[in-house]
Ligand binder design. Structure first.
Ligand code: CAA
Length: 240
């Protein structure tokens, strides 16, 4: 039977490409989203992938949403914690609200997503956890004290989960995408974006599908010995 995969933030941007690629690879996919009903409807019309609406920043809503996915589709064996937001501002202008929104979604959101699924993975002795971090969690970024902190924190989550899950057949790995052609990056002022592209040796933004293919590999049986690792996919912009 097809394995069930959950992708948070799975209807737009990198998450949309991940949902589609996992479906293509034979998984039964559930795509979570938080707010954009129109995009979610269009996504389901195009792909046939069901969507589930909840805010990953809310633990109770996440647990209830995950229970619904499992009731509909079966136990989740692959979870891709992809949902993320930016609230960019230079630190001297960053508000506590901007800090908390990003921490709640990008960091606590990973806890809220994986925690309800984890006991089932332990019982069944199989699981794949993939967390979408960022190049900016590795190198920091002007105007992203909040975002960079969460994305670095995501790597700590993965490295710890890897140690806890290993004996139960669960792997946890991260992907650090560089700048990918999505709405999030297109929202950066054009002049700033051009300056960023000039720093990418490949000379272009990445494509969402290039990240999705990394996820498909990490989810596969072939990746059983990768645990606690970080795939850095950034066109050569930054080396760790
Ligand atoms: N490095 C150094 N200086 C920078 C800079 C950078 N990367 N970006 C902006 N600055 C400077 C500007 O040149 C300007 O300097 P001056 O005052 O001397 O002209 C100053 O910072 C901007 O100050 P402002 O007070 O005008 O800034 P603002 O409040 O208008 O904020 C901004 C502007 C939010 C910083 C905007 O420039 C911006 O969005 N920058 C992009 C930040 C970024 O790269 N975000 C990544 C988003 S994509 C993503 O996050 C996905 C992923 O995982 C990769």
């Amino acid at each position: 039977m097809a394995r069930v995969a959950l992708v948070t933030g799975g209807t737009r941007g990198i998450g949309e490409a991940i949902s589609k690629a996992l479906k293509e690879a034979g998984y039964t996919v559930a795509a979570n989203y938080a707010g954009n009903d129109e995009a979610a409807g269009k996504f389901t019309d195009e792909t046939g992938i069901p969507t589930y609406k909840w805010n990953v920043a809310d633990y109770e809503a996440s647990a209830a949403g995950i229970a619904k996915v499992e009731a509909d589709l079966g136990p989740i064996e692959v979870v891709v914690a992809n949902a993320g937001i930016t609230r960019d501002a230079p630190f001297h202008k960053m508000t506590p609200e901007q800090w908390h929104q990003v921490v709640d979604t990008n960091l606590t959101g990973v806890f809220n997503t994986v925690h309800p699924i984890w006991p089932g993975m332990r019982e069944r002795k199989f699981g794949r956890v993939v967390v979408i971090s960022s190049i900016n969690g590795q190198k920091g970024q002007f105007a992203q004290v909040n975002y960079a902190a969460t994305k670095a924190g995501d790597l700590g989550i993965v490295k710890s989960l890897a140690q806890e899950g290993a004996r139960a057949g669960i792997t946890a790995n991260a992907i650090c995408p560089g700048y990918i052609a999505t709405e999030m990056v297109m929202a950066v002022p054009e002049k700033v974006r051009d300056a960023i592209i000039a720093q990418i040796p490949t000379g272009r933004l990445g494509e969402p599908e290039e990240i999705a293919r990394c996820v498909v590999f990490l989810a596969s049986d072939d990746a059983a010995f990768l645990n606690g690792s970080t795939i850095t996919a950034n066109g050569g912009q930054f080396f760790v």
